[in-house]
Write a protein that binds this ligand. Structure first.
Ligand code: NAD
Ligand code: MN
Length: 365
């Protein structure tokens, strides 16, 4: 029969705890929901790997992803806050090298997550441009007459902005289609599909100006988008304010790389924990599932990290590789576990272990 080969890159910190949990759930999927046989390839990357071997994203990992894998799951990396000679974040590198141009980040409360600490109904989809902005990491320090100063380049291109915009409008229509299949009671968003374009072009009129114009152009240039999707704009600072006051007012949100990064962590707080929010790094030819959180050194190595973000990221990977039924089975199992509420990690107020949550999700598949 069909085979599905998934590269596993746990990398650092809690990545090594949540990726095995996600693997366990993938392995537990009954053949009635996942027709393909799943195989895994264990791959190296990360800061700890860099400290031992002098590189953070080995060539073999990249080669194996390209030649042997249908998709991958990435855990998290512990990037230091100071400059380390020769080191560069492997996930940022992976996104660029595999041309994973959009980071798709659903932030959903629903009945289940409401029980887990969120007070409002939230069903946002954040599309984060994934290849440029300040993350081109072109920084230089100089010595001036008044002391040191540093400069960073921020790249915004028409192509990358257009691809992120395309993803946002296409997803807005696709989500609307999905909602029509659901019970009205389950629908958080009841309006027409909407895309909120985040920028700061009142200050950065050249870079964010190009972003704003280009994403708007995607909307005006496509009849299906013009007819079916509303557009609004929000300056990034007031975006944060509105998101905290009325998170239910957002459907799809599209943002340049750094704003998208920051907004996603904030949105995660609104649904109860960073440990719940998954993502998919999406390109035309490859997909890498990845929890939104980092390596969480404050809790690493104790088997208490919430594996749900990683498990949902595995489901996003399945969804994007043509296994929607299996993805749905995982989303539902996770919702059941969250709604029951008796098996929860400490970030959600419980006292269960990472492995216990994974076991519980498997029971509900
Ligand atoms: P973080 O996301 O690792 O942690 C922030 C807070 O959320 C911590 O209190 C942590 O304990 C908690 N948390 C995160 N994930 C959790 C989970 N699954 N279950 C329970 N609690 C969870 O962010 P940080 O502390 O700012 O960064 C730590 C390291 O992670 C840094 O080295 C940073 O560079 C790296 N980082 C990596 C990525 C990535 O790999 N994509 C993303 C963000 C940060
Ligand atoms: Mn982040």
């Amino acid at each position: 029969g069909k085979r599905l080969t998934i590269g596993l890159i746990p990398a650092d910190g809690i990545g090594r705890e949540v990726i095995p949990a996600a693997r366990q759930v993938l392995e537990a999927l009954p053949s009635s929901v996942l027709a393909a046989r799943v195989g895994f390839v264990d791959l190296d990357a990360g800061f700890e790997y860099f400290q031992k071997h002098g590189e953070a994203l080995p060539e073999e990992t990249l080669a194996a992803l390209k030649s042997d894998c249908d998709g991958a799951l990435f855990g998290a990396v512990s990037s230091p806050s100071h400059k380390v000679a020769g080191y560069s974040s492997p996930i940022v590198g992976l996104r660029k090298k595999l041309d994973l141009y959009a980071n798709v980040r659903p932030v959903v409360s629903g009945a289940a997550a409401t029980a887990s600490g969120a007070r409002r109904a939230i069903d946002m989809l954040i599309i984060r441009e994934n290849t440029e902005c300040l993350y081109v990491k072109d920084e230089q320090q100089h010595e001036g007459p008044d002391g040191k100063y540093a400069l960073a380049k921020r790249r915004i291109s028409e192509r990358a902005s257009r691809r992120a915009g395309e993803m946002a409008f296409a997803m807005a229509l696709q989500r609307d289609g999905m909602r029509r299949l659901m019970d009205d009671a389950d629908r958080t968003w009841k309006g027409r599909p909407k895309v909120t374009i985040v920028h700061k072009s009142n200050v950065l009129s050249v870079t964010d100006g190009l972003w704003r114009e280009t994403v708007r152009g995607v909307h005006t240039g496509n009849a299906a988008y013009r007819d079916g999707v509303d557009v609004e704009e929000q300056l990034v600072d007031s975006m944060v304010y509105r998101m905290f006051r009325e998170p239910e007012a957002f459907d799809v949100v599209v943002a340049p790389n750094m704003y998208g990064d920051i907004i996603s962590d904030g949105a995660a707080a609104l649904v109860g924990s960073l440990g719940l929010v998954p993502s998919a790094n999406v390109g035309d030819n490859f997909v890498v599932g990845e929890p939104v959180h980092g390596s969480a050194p404050d809790i690493a190595g104790r088997n208490i990290a919430n594996p749900i973000a990683a498990i949902r990221s595995a489901a996003m990977l399945l969804e994007r590789t043509g296994h929607a039924a299996a993805a749905l089975a995982i989303y539902r199992a996770v919702d059941c576990v969250l709604a029951a509420g008796n098996v929860r990690t400490p970030d959600l107020g419980g006292s269960s272990r990472t492995s216990e949550v994974a076991d519980e999700v498997c029971k509900h598949l």
